[in-house]
Design a protein around this ligand. Structure first.
Ligand code: LLP
Length: 463
């Protein structure tokens, strides 16, 4: 992924250091629609607007830093997934990417289902009125309390992740006088081309039951014998931020192989398969994500073909996109605080947030884009590193990017494509307060998750 460039005219360096950056765009004022939410543009004064509101107004009304989420874009992406997969498939939005009650209502209205992976996510979904039968409950170590609550609420499916859990869920369901619909999560042994921490289908990791050595077949065998369980299918999630469809094809092939083995052994055709989420989005102009309709076509074709050759009825497919729906719909709006040019290296631009609102750069070496959004500038590009206010040198939001050389304290800059896994993984490190999520639509802004306050911090600190 390393790209080097030697653009003309950097302000603070004659020779640019090695790094992961492309040459600066010909015009830094341009906003690549690939990485920005759909309604983002610059107005006649050069100020960036989203959902019909300019960022200066948003900063005045809501402060910075703030996650600004384009509601129309979110709904449209959700709808595009729903439409692409059609009535014979289910789309479960992965709540871990970003969950709030407003989002749950939008999903419900757009006809999507919801994947939750903790009691907290389940509580959020239920409190916003998501029908329980459209919720899937995931996790490698769900507590007895969480399982009990999910079954009592009537969740549509629990995804079983281990041999212990098969017995545990069956037992709890039975003691509640219920038969729980379940899928069994397997690892298909695919090496997904993504960061090690977000790849999940190779065998040496904590999720799922390996297909290898007949373990997944044994899991199905045991689950089918238990009265408390209705086994509806097999689940596979190969990882996250994946562009290459071949991993999904191999996974689909192997999952169908297991369906066939189950049919041959038990005479049972499991009616559903879930191929998980994980589709990549554009964080920089170099990324080229697939459209939902291409993904739907590719997955449906492979499953249909594999089932035909195995003489199986084609199961109902479900998918669980999180990032691909919410990721591109939001940007983080920051105010520039201090600017520190280091000659021969780069210019450090400090913002009023940092690793507490975006841990992805530090954790996964993630790449982001950034732009000056409160005005136009035709100054020469400078190689910048956008850093936060935390007491840690790894507190980097954007590792290498070009910003105009006349950037000044008080300017607003924005980092696009922060809708997924930024607010949901935000922390209070250094007792920095977590930013709000502000939804914008049709010229109006609405706080859907409010900014944390010092009172919030002190409320938890009971002395
Ligand atoms: N389904 C399952 C079972 C999952 O574990 C995940 C993500 C998804 C669906 C949704 O994946 P998506 O479509 O959002 O890629 N914190 C990391 C990502 C961790 C993903 C965990 N599981 C990041 O910031 O990149």
């Amino acid at each position: 992924m390393s790209r080097s460039a030697h653009p003309a005219g950097p302000r603070h360096a004659d020779v640019l250091p090695e790094g992961h950056y492309s040459a600066p765009a010909a015009d830094l004022n341009e906003l690549d629609p690939k990485v920005w939410a759909q309604t983002v543009s610059r107005d006649a004064d050069g100020v960036v607007t989203v959902g019909g509101i300019d960022v200066k107004t948003l900063a005045e009304q809501h402060g910075t830093p703030a996650y600004v989420l384009d509601e129309a874009d979110f709904r449209e992406r959700a709808r595009a997934w729903r439409t692409a997969f059609g009535q014979d498939a289910d789309v479960f939005y992965a709540g871990k990417a970003f969950l709030s009650r407003a989002v749950v209502r939008w999903l419900d209205e757009e006809g999507l289902n919801l994947d939750v992976c903790s009691g907290g996510e389940l509580a959020t979904a239920l409190s916003a009125g998501m029908p329980a039968d459209r919720i899937a409950f995931h996790g490698n170590n769900k507590s007895v309390g969480e399982i009990t609550r999910a079954i009592e609420a009537g969740v549509g499916r629990i995804v079983l992740d281990s041999f212990q859990e098969i017995v545990r869920v069956a037992h709890i369901a039975q003691s509640l006088g219920k038969r729980q619909r379940v899928q069994i999560r397997i690892t298909v042994g695919v090496e997904a081309h993504t960061h090690e921490f977000i790849a999940t289908a190779h065998e040496d990791q904590k999720f799922g039951i390996p297909l290898a050595g007949g373990q997944a077949a044994e899991a199905v065998r045991r689950a089918l014998q238990l009265d408390g369980l209705e086994v509806i299918g097999i689940h596979s999630h190969i990882g996250s931020q994946i562009f290459d469809m071949s991993g999904f094809e191999v996974a689909a092939h192997r999952v169908v192989g297991l369906l066939k083995a189950v049919r041959d052994e038990h005479g049972v055709e499991l009616p559903e398969i879930d191929l998980g989420g994980g589709l990549g989005i554009a964080y920089t102009s170099d990324d080229d994500p697939r459209e939902p309709h291409e993904i739907a076509k590719a997955l449906t074709e492979i499953v249909t073909r594999e089932c035909e050759s195995a003489k199986l009825r084609t199961p109902r497919i479900s998918v669980e996109p999180g990032r691909a729906i919410v990721g591109p719909t939001a940007f983080t709006l920051y105010e520039v605080g201090t600017i520190k040019p280091l000659d021969g290296l780069r210019t450090y631009v400090s913002v009023d947030g940092g690793m507490s609102d975006n841990i992805r750069t530090a954790l996964y070496d993630a790449e982001y884009s950034v732009a000056l959004v409160s005005r136009r500038s035709d100054a020469e590009p400078m190689l910048a590193r956008v850093v936060g206010k935390h007491c840690e040198s790894g507190d980097i939001v954007v590792k290498d990017a070009f910003l105009p050389g006349d950037l000044a304290p008080g300017d607003l800059i924005a980092v696009p494509a922060t809708g997924a896994y930024c607010r949901s993984m935000a922390s209070n490190y250094n007792h920095v307060l977590r930013p709000p999520v502000v939804a914008v639509k049709d010229g109006e802004s609405r706080v859907i998750v409010r900014r944390e306050t010092e009172d919030d911090l002190l409320r938890l600190d009971v002395g």
